[in-house]
Design a protein around this ligand. Structure first.
Ligand SMILES: [Zn+2]
Length: 321
């Protein structure tokens, strides 16, 4: 662990490793291939506790709820949603209406307009495709691939379940909300369009802690296709690097220090430059390869590189016209 004050806790979950990152803040970091999707976390404000994101997986959300009760002695009172992507909000359904969900106006708007389409698509998954996945599950020898198929099937089935309905948000805000606990003050703030339109950061100045949601993918390709890559770079420069904190819980990847934003910025700038270079040479940016990046970024392994190059091809064509 890069940061010596971060303590890995002895909490048993198939989905995440749990870290105490300051006196009152905890980061739940998704285990590889666990089906949890995004990372999550929670904070003990004294008289109440909050959860940050509930992940893609109901099992992970239930473990998170258990961890909150175990380490803070209280049921979570508030869930803060960092953005509308399903791998950060689907677990909301695990919590009943006694836990309030709060996010930015723009994220709530995205939840209400974008997510129903995604849910409809999954509900309408071709049964033949599902049958193929079930078949592949029986024959697949590679344990990692097998787990991946299993996770996908579980996700599709949970969305197709008759009683499934996504919990959105109960409270939304324009710019900023401050939570005043007995022992801690927590700031919820929305920023300019970057990973998505309406991203929320959770900042605890007294403990120098930042929960960045998917504004930080720590040492793994950040998904650019839901937001504004140029806006993201400028947000990192103008705001995220200038704030005062020692530890960041990213939306994906391991517990991080501020420097990881520099690395992420480098990736976004490089992939944009590469995409432009390919376009200028009359080639599709979909041909961008890992080896095209500077050395530090070449060892990353994520299917998101391919999604990004596909997205950038369209993105740059639009700008040309
Ligand atoms: Zn996301």
């Amino acid at each position: 662990m890069l940061l010596d004050f971060v303590e890995k806790l002895d909490f048993n979950s198939d989905y995440f490793d749990l870290y105490k990152i300051s006196n009152n803040a905890y980061g739940a970091i998704s285990k590889k291939n666990s089906g949890m999707g995004g990372n999550a976390g929670f904070v003990d404000l004294g008289n109440f506790s909050i959860i940050i994101d509930t992940t893609l997986n109901d099992g992970a959300a239930k473990d998170l709820q258990k961890a909150v009760i175990h380490y803070t002695g209280k049921e979570p009172k508030i869930i803060v949603t960092t953005h509308f992507h399903m791998d950060h909000i689907k677990g909301n359904t695990v919590f009943d209406s006694s836990t309030l969900i709060i996010t930015s106006h723009r994220t709530l708007k995205n939840i209400e307009t974008e997510n129903p389409k995604r849910i409809e698509d999954i509900k309408n998954t071709d049964p033949e495709e599902v049958a193929k996945m079930e078949e592949a599950l029986k024959t697949e020898q590679d344990q990692e691939k097998k787990k991946e198929i299993e996770n996908n099937l579980l996700y599709i089935r949970s969305i197709q379940a008759e009683d499934f309905s996504l919990r959105g948000a109960d409270v939304s805000f324009e710019q900023e909300v401050i939570l005043h606990g007995e022992k801690l003050t927590v700031q919820l703030r929305t920023v300019q369009k970057a990973h998505t339109d309406g991203d929320v950061i959770i900042y605890i100045p007294d403990e120098k802690v930042l929960f960045a949601g998917d504004l930080l993918f720590a040492r793994t390709d950040p998904w650019l296709g839901s937001g504004d890559p140029e806006g993201w770079v400028s947000l990192i420069d103008k705001e995220l690097l200038k704030m005062d904190y020692q530890v960041v819980v990213p939306g994906h990847g391991q517990i991080a220090s501020k420097n990881e934003f520099e690395v992420e910025k480098k990736y976004i700038k490089e992939i944009m430059e590469l995409a432009n270079k390919y376009m200028d040479a009359g080639e599709e940016p979909t041909k961008i390869k890992r080896e095209d990046f500077s050395e530090e970024l070449q060892s990353w392994k994520s299917p998101i590189l391919e999604w990004n190059t596909t997205f950038l091809t369209e993105h740059l064509k639009k700008h040309e016209n």
